[in-house]
Structure formats: structure tokens, C-alpha cells
Design a protein around this ligand. Structure first.
Ligand SMILES: Cc1cc2nc3c(=O)[nH]c(=O)nc-3n(C[C@H](O)[C@H](O)[C@H](O)COP(=O)(O)OP(=O)(O)OC[C@H]3O[C@@H](n4cnc5c(N)ncnc54)[C@H](O)[C@@H]3O)c2cc1C
Length: 357
């Protein structure tokens, strides 16, 4: 199929879909996704938690803005996307202090134990809580963006891997699967593959690094009470939270990887079970399912959002690391403003997120 678009978005994860639904109706949009289904990679493998106190100040600003936009979407479209779920940090005095900023406030050891009765008292010395943190129905958000994109007349093509991209005087000629697409702007929202898409397009790479992170849903002899916060070790050795009658747990590993369909390694899960057993009395009885995804970051640890300084019309939307959902609507709003040449809600963020040479 031959298509013409103002904006062609490469990548059907949360980043590409958030931007597509933001832009659709304002210009002609085509989104291409290599896999047969949308959100197959990182965007279907997250812990589905939005934590305003997590990450550097720029990420926290984007998270606050994303929460505002998601709350508005809930009202406007009669959606249930967010559920209150606090986020608690535990660890040594120093680790908790170093990780605490923004909405995170210190609480006593006793308070932490009363919020999660399964914590072993000797497993931590200090704690902090972010009561503004929420759980996200990520599948519902993806479905909402997909529907909003299609309803506004944009095109979504799956099974359409970008294999060639040629820069022209006035845009791009892109080959994606069996499709030939001409666009004025080419948006690179290809997650772990974003640097590969830059190479295909003849643009400089941004030094993006994918890192593995595993999670599992487990059965337990006990049960985390409803309202128990998500609990994370401040030294990044594990986190857990209630998931149905069981728990979702992660060893928080950050192991460099090539871009790939990452799969769990048994040794990571064994380490995780040992750490959780040392810190809690959860009594894990089974691993019901486990998965691994890639969190892709820049060296500076900030997302890269903006037009490439050399390749005209090539727009970066990558490097969201472990913040891809919690920053998604804020980043899409900023990206759409930059693409449409409009003023953004947080103009001060355009500079720190700008791609480098
Ligand atoms: C275990 C785990 C827990 C996490 N927990 C959280 C959390 O609680 N909160 C949070 O905010 N974030 C979390 N994250 C991070 C979040 O999942 C990611 O930041 C986010 O999903 C990245 O979205 P994306 O759209 O950039 O990438 P992806 O979802 O990977 O999408 C990129 C897409 O581009 C496609 N693509 C690549 N190359 C091409 C090509 N040549 N042509 C066409 N398409 C192409 C890929 O197939 C892929 O579908 C977690 C991540 C992991 C792994």
C-alpha cells in the first residue's frame, strides 16, 4: 500500500500510541508497528505503577503532567485508568534518604510495618512513602489510545517493520513491511530499537542502551491486604506489590541487552525469591508467570524528545527507561507541540530532553 502522511510514527508501544492519539485529527498520521500486535514489547511488560516521586526532576514534572492528563481522559471518556496505590521505599537510612524527593515523605519504622505486615522488622532501618502514587490499567490506556487514533482518522499498520527510510528534500520515503509511505515528519518511537531505526534512516544514534528487567506474578501462603502499598528496596534489590490474590515481584535487575524479545533467566528469579524471603514473610508458593522486558535509557537518564539536529524532519521519542507509562501523556503533549510548532505546557522541558549531536 502507498500512503502519504504529515507524520509517520515508528513504534506501536505506549510512546508511539500516546503521540498518535494526540496528533490524530490535527494532521495526517500513520503509525507502523513491526509486530503483529500493538504494545508487544516493553509496553506489555511493565509493573503498571505511576510514581510521582520517582526519577529526576524532569521526569517528575512529566509524571505530574501525565497524571493530570490521564485524570482528564478518565472523565472525558468515562474510563477507569488509575487506582490509588501508594509507593513505599525501605532500606538503610542513607539509601532511603538518597532516593527520597518530591512527593516522598519519611515515615517511622513502625508505620512502615503497619502498612505492610509482611515486612521483616530487621530487613530495613528507614522508610518513606509516596501517597500520590497510583496503579495504572495499562491495557485500558493502550486500547484508549488505539481507539482515539483510529476514530480521528489516523492509520495504524501492524506487521509493518521499517526496513528503509530515505531522506528527501521535503520529507521521508519509508518502506515498512509491504508498505511505501511518504511523510513530512518521521517519528522514532521504536523503544529498544530506536538507535537501529536511526541507522536505517541515516541519522546519528543517541547512545540508547536497553536494560533487562524481569517481573513475576507469584502465589503466596498469605495475602497482602487490600491497600498495601507497593514496596521497593531503596538499593534496587527488589520490589513487590499486591496482584489479585498473589503478588507481582521483581529483582529490579538492570542488565545491558541487545534489542530483542527478552525472556526471563531462571537464575534471576532464584535470586529474587531469596531476597523476598529474606525481607518478608510473604511465603511464596508458586511462580505463576514471569516475563522480562527492556527499559531503554540514554546516558543522561532522561528521555530524548525533539527534532534531530542534523536529519531534517527526524523526530526522537525514545529513552523513557523505567518511566515510559508515567511520563507518556506528558511526553506526547510536548512532542505534539514541537511537531505542530505550538507552545507546550511545560516549555522548560524542551531543552533538557532535546537530542544531542
Ligand atoms: C519489568 C518492567 C517494569 C516496568 N514498570 C514500569 C512502571 O511501573 N511504570 C512505568 O512508567 N514504566 C515501567 N516500565 C517501563 C515501560 O514499560 C517502558 O518505558 C515503556 O513501555 C516504553 O515504551 P515504548 O513505546 O518506548 O517502547 P516499546 O513498548 O518497546 O515499543 C516500541 C515498539 O517499536 C517497535 N519497533 C521497533 N523497531 C521497529 C521498526 N523498525 N519498525 C516498526 N516498529 C518497530 C517494537 O516492535 C515495539 O513494539 C517497566 C518496564 C519493565 C521492563
Amino acid at each position: 500500500m502507498a500512503l502519504n502522511a504529515d507524520v509517520l510514527i515508528v513504534g506501536g508501544g505506549i510512546a508511539g500510541l500516546s503521540l498518535a492519539s494526540r496528533l490524530a485529527g490535527h494532521c495526517t498520521v500513520v503509525l507502523v508497528e513491526a509486530e503483529q500486535e500493538l504494545a508487544y514489547h516493553a509496553s506489555s511488560r511493565s509493573a503498571r505503577q505511576l510514581i510521582p516521586s520517582y526519577g529526576p526532576p524532569e521526569v517528575q514534572q512529566l509524571t505530574d503532567r501525565t497524571l493530570e492528563l490521564l485524570r482528564t481522559a478518565e472523565v472525558d471518556h468515562h474510563l477507569r485508568l488509575l487506582t490509588p496505590r501508594s509507593f513505599m521505599l525501605i532500606g538503610s537510612e542513607q539509601d532511603v534518604a538518597e532516593r527520597s524527593s518530591g512527593a516522598m515523605t519519611a515515615i517511622s519504622h513502625q508505620e512502615a510495618l503497619s502498612l505492610c505486615r509482611q515486612l521483616r522488622p530487621e530487613a530495613f532501618a528507614a522508610a518513606g512513602i509516596d501517597t500520590t502514587s497510583v496503579g495504572l490499567d495499562s491495557a485500558a490506556l493502550i486500547a484508549h489510545h488505539r481507539q482515539a487514533t483510529l476514530t480521528a482518522g489516523a492509520t495504524i499498520l501492524t506487521g509493518a517493520k521499517v526496513h528503509s527510510a530515505q531522506q528527501l528534500k521535503n520529507g521521508w520515503n519509508v518502506g515498512a513491511g509491504a508498505h511505501a509511505i511518504h511523510s513530512t515528519v518521521l517519528v522514532n518511537a521504536a523503544g529498544a530499537w530506536a538507535d537501529e531505526v536511526a541507522v536505517i534512516s541515516g541519522a546519528e544514534t543517541q547512545g540508547l542502551r536497553p536494560y533487562r528487567r524481569t517481573a513475576a506474578v507469584v502465589g503466596m501462603s498469605g495475602e497482602l491486604a487490600p491497600g498495601t502499598p507497593m514496596v521497593a528496596a531503596a538499593d534496587d534489590s527488589f520490589y513487590f506489590r499486591r496482584e489479585g490474590a498473589g503478588a507481582l515481584i521483581s529483582p529490579c535487575e538492570s542488565v545491558p541487552s541487545v534489542p530483542e524479545d527478552a525472556q526471563p533467566v531462571a537464575a534471576d528469579l532464584e535470586v529474587l525469591l531469596q531476597r523476598i524471603t529474606e525481607a518478608t514473610t510473604l511465603g511464596i508458593t508458586s511462580i505463576d508467570r514471569a516475563w522480562t522486558g527492556l527499559r531503554t535509557s540514554t546516558k543522561a537518564g532522561l528521555p530524548v524528545v525533539g527534532f534531530d539536529p542534523e536529519a531534517a524532519g527526524f523526530f526522537w521519542l525514545a529513552g523513557q527507561g523505567g518511566y515510559g507509562f508515567q511520563t507518556s501523556s506528558g511526553i506526547a503533549e510536548l512532542a505534539a507541540a514541537l511537531i505542530l510548532g505550538e507552545e507546550s505546557t511545560i516549555p522548560s522541558l524542551a531543552d533538557p530532553l532535546r537530542p544531542t549531536r
